[in-house]
Design a protein. Structure first.
Length: 164
């Protein structure tokens, strides 16, 4: 919370909500052998594949907002579990393309159903998935996510001595 603020800051509330939802999704997809981060990856990959795309790890990282190194780690664990396959991109030998396996598609479809049900529960206080308040909330979040961040300045007096 900030000085002079009578209550929690928007940043604190977004952080709390993100953690609450992450924990809820983790618990919901655990019986399918997935974590929330793995779910984010396979669900995104599922959607991209449905449009005919076979994304690279970098493209999937950009799409999900996850760090490329983390996507690579998740992809290796999902490959070991038999849910995705990683192959070299014929157009760029440095790039790795990702695709869901047959089993990966089946598990992902189940996970999407489970998470959609959970999302309905989580959004019930706003009136549910299709409620006007939910659409407005989604629009506001999209606005915040689309706003570019100013690049950080090394040795900025405001950030000296503070953890990243």
């Amino acid at each position: 919370m900030s000085k002079g603020s009578p209550g929690p800051t928007p940043g604190f509330l977004v952080w709390r909500l993100a953690n609450k939802w992450r924990v809820a999704v983790d618990r919901a997809v655990a019986p399918l052998g997935l974590t929330h981060a793995q779910y984010s990856l396979v669900a995104s990959l599922y959607g991209m594949q449905r449009t005919g795309e076979r994304p690279s790890q970098r493209r999937l990282a950009d799409h999900t907002g996850l760090e490329a190194l983390y996507v690579s780690k998740l992809a290796r664990s999902l490959e070991a579990a038999g849910l995705i396959e990683r192959t070299r991109d014929p157009r760029d030998p440095r790039a790795v393309q990702l695709a869901l396996t047959e089993r990966g598609r089946a598990v992902t479809r189940q996970a999407i159903e489970v998470v959609q049900d959970l999302l309905g529960q989580l959004l019930e206080p706003l009136g549910g998935l299709d409620a006007p308040r939910t659409r407005a909330f989604t629009d506001e979040l999209t606005t915040l996510l689309d706003a570019p961040l100013a690049p950080s300045v090394p040795n900025d007096e405001r950030t000296k001595g503070t953890p990243p």
